[in-house]
Design a protein around this ligand. Structure first.
Ligand code: ZN
Length: 700
């Protein structure tokens, strides 16, 4: 399937059997005005699902699905299939045994059982599912989609599973002893250094998922060798609880490429700031999967009406997807109860109206490229290494302590999982790194919180981060009293009596801090003060290290400290100074003069694409984007609302100082439309040759 230069719209639509012909006709007639490129037919969906529909029922659907395919293909539209159920999302009163006698059902970590959701090891379910895929393969769809219910969590009423006898038997063959569910779960959730059974069990779950994907892929191959597989996922921070092996999964799909559908969340419209999570989900899922995976984001409103989400919000999610360089978007915006699309006429109008604009973004951002920003870290083995507290719940195995992107992006500092001069890591992710990996991080700029600093100190890197000893860990709520964080250090942009709140992450709550003993050469940037403004423990400190790098440490546990109360004009100043210092004044991209900006900045050969989103209702009247680059700007163009790239020299001011290019916009940027710029670069050497031609050339 080639998506080309167009902003690829893949519409996910259910054509209910009692109104099939009418809905198909409406769909066919709307294709052009909605600018749809691909239709993903959802089968047996949501309220009118039969649970695991019988094979007879699926065979019966086939002629109609073929009719839909033929009609779509006549208009050159791609045709894909998305069965709504794999293992099953939720019981909702279904009893799988009635359709699939002898099926093995999922058992939760707490012994909860389901009536509908299958254990992935169940031979009855495996035979059924491969038969289902074999039937759909006869249609030779462009893509066969796997729902995100192929996972070991969130199968209502089972939260985490499967721990059935079949799973326990397989685990026995792995470790050589029978471990009962209760004992196994207590090993998985043991506090401190993880019990070896945690990695063993979660890896086994990852392996089983991959075996299922391989079986499904096999069911396609003989009949539909050209069909590729699309994989819906639920975010790598969650998938660590089940030990997902992303690379192995992509390999066992035998699809080149595999198509990934990262979730953009925001299923109902809340704040515009929810869009930070949408863009983060794209980059995080990208980091988990192998290079070359095609990305079509999941844009969805639940329940499926305009009362849930405005078209303007849907448009912003689409714009973020294309600005991030994704190939397309999948749109699950209409209900699955047989309503007409034109009951919500605004959706189609928006889709058609924005096609040219979004295609222009795609042309500037798609393809080989790298995002600018501070570097984030993710390792799918995080849950194997995480140390849990006593009496932890199963959900604590997820990545719950990442705060880096939440901390920086609202302050105008973009983030990336690619290479960058500064790495920012909070919580326990560093446990996944080898000592050699850590030394590499310490050679560059590194910002960490007290949890990460504790891990480095325990592993013998204390001297590299300015820490003599760890000291005690205290809750500010129960100690002190403390009044505020004083950001006093003028060399780092602060000043005496510059106070930041310690009611974090929200007003009224207070974080945990570590009272480090610091080495002498450390520079403190901010410290706690009491109500008389007397200085107390350091909050933020920096040091150079023997490996040639620079390190900054927050004494807070940032995973629980970053929220609305963390942000402030002084905090923005503090973090901008810090990023510049940590990078030796080579930080690649920063937004100035904006509250809650979202900057997506992608380098492609000879060009940098910037999309600046305003995630608040007040317009930005004078906002600047600072790019560090040793080349010179040869041209800058901006995207007009009708989707044309036009010369931007009229409404931008460029000031360059020692490789820092400050691009100031002389136009306001509102929440409804991002400001998109494309910066073309030229090597300095090329320019010098042009400016000072050799004497003999001049003579010619
Ligand atoms: Zn099982």
């Amino acid at each position: 399937m080639k998506t080309g230069q167009t902003a690829w719209y893949a519409l996910r639509r259910t054509l209910v059997p009692w109104r099939f012909d009418e809905l198909l006709r409406e769909l066919f007639d709307a294709l052009e005005s909605y600018c749809v490129d691909e239709v993903i037919l959802k089968i047996d969906t949501e309220e009118f699902s039969h649970g695991h529909p019988s094979l007879a029922m699926i065979r019966e659907m086939l002629p109609r699905l073929r009719q839909a395919k033929d009609l779509l293909k006549r208009k050159g539209i791609c045709f894909s299939i998305n069965p709504w159920s794999t293992l099953g999302h939720a019981d909702r009163g279904h009893r799988a045994e009635e359709v699939l006698p002898g099926i093995g059902l999922m058992v939760g970590h707490d012994g909860t059982t389901t009536q509908h959701c299958a254990c992935p090891l169940s031979p009855v379910w495996q035979d059924y599912m491969t038969a289902v895929w074999g039937i759909y393969a006869q249609l030779q769809p462009d893509v066969m989609w796997i729902e995100d219910d192929l996972r070991n969590f969130n199968h209502d009423p089972v939260q985490y599973g499967c721990f059935c006898d079949r799973h326990l038997d397989r685990f026995k063959s792995l470790v050589g002893e029978h471990v009962a569910r209760e004992a196994l779960v207590s090993h998985l959730l043991a506090s401190g250094t993880p019990h070896p059974y945690r990695e063993a069990y979660l890896s086994m779950q990852g392996e089983i998922t991959n075996e299922i994907v391989e079986k499904l892929s096999g069911a396609l191959r003989t009949t539909a060798p050209e069909t590729t597989i699309g994989l819906m996922s639920s975010g790598p921070f969650l998938h660590v609880v089940e030990g997902r092996d992303w690379t192995g999964l992509a390999e066992t799909s035998h699809c080149h490429p595999l198509i990934s559908r990262p979730p953009l969340g925001n299923y109902s419209e809340g704040s515009l700031r929810g869009l930070y999570a949408s863009q983060h989900s794209i980059k995080l899922t990208r980091a988990a999967l192998p290079a070359g995976t095609v990305e079509m984001t999941e844009i969805e409103n639940i329940p499926f009406t305009q009362y849930t989400k405005s078209n303007a919000f849907t448009f912003l999610q689409m714009a973020i997807s294309f600005a991030m360089g994704c190939e397309g978007v999948t749109l699950n915006t209409f209900d699955h109860r047989g309503s007409l699309m034109e009951d919500d006429p605004g959706v189609g109008k928006m889709l058609g109206g924005k096609k040219a604009y979004l295609s222009a973004i795609k042309q500037a951002a798609n393809g080989e490229g790298a995002n600018r920003g501070a570097q984030l870290l993710f390792d799918p083995h995080y849950s194997f290494r995480k140390h849990l507290p006593k009496d932890a719940s199963y959900s604590a195995l997820a990545v719950t302590d990442e705060a880096a992107s939440r901390m920086l992006e609202p302050l105008g500092i973009p983030c990336t999982y690619g290479d960058a001069p500064v790495t920012v890591v909070t919580g326990q992710m560093l446990r996944c790194l080898t000592d050699a990996d850590i030394r590499d991080l310490l050679r560059k700029g590194l910002l960490i919180d007290s949890v990460a600093a504790g891990i480095l100190s325990e592993r013998g890197f204390g001297a590299h981060i300015g820490v003599a000893s760890l000291g005690t860990r205290i809750s500010l709520k129960h100690n002190g009293p403390y009044a505020a964080e004083e950001y006093f250090n003028e060399d780092f942009g602060g000043e005496p009596n510059d106070f930041l709140t310690i009611f974090l992450p929200e007003y009224g709550s207070m974080p945990t801090i570590r009272k480090f003993e610091l080495l002498q050469e450390v520079t403190v940037i901010s410290h706690l003060v009491d109500a008389d403004r007397a200085p107390r423990e350091p909050v933020l400190f920096v040091t150079d290290n023997a490996l040639g790098g620079r390190v900054a440490v927050f004494a807070y546990e940032l995973g629980e400290a970053v929220g609305t109360a963390f942000y402030h004009a002084a905090r923005r100043r503090q973090m901008v100074h810090l990023m510049k210092w940590l990078s030796n004044d080579r930080f690649p991209a920063i937004v100035h003069g904006a509250v809650y900006p979202l900057l997506i900045c992608r380098d492609r050969p000879g060009e940098t694409f910037c999309a600046l989103f305003n995630l608040m209702l007040d317009p930005y009247e004078k906002v600047s984007i600072e790019l560090y680059d040793q080349r010179v700007i040869s041209r800058i163009s901006s995207l007009s609302n009708d989707g044309r790239w036009v010369d931007a020299s009229q409404h931008t001011l460029i000031e360059t100082d020692r490789d820092h290019h400050l691009i100031t916009l002389n136009q306001s940027v509102t929440w409804s439309t991002p400001c998109c710029l494309n910066v073309s670069w030229e090597e300095k050497s090329t320019l010098r040759q042009r400016s000072y031609p050799k004497a003999n050339e001049q003579e010619r």
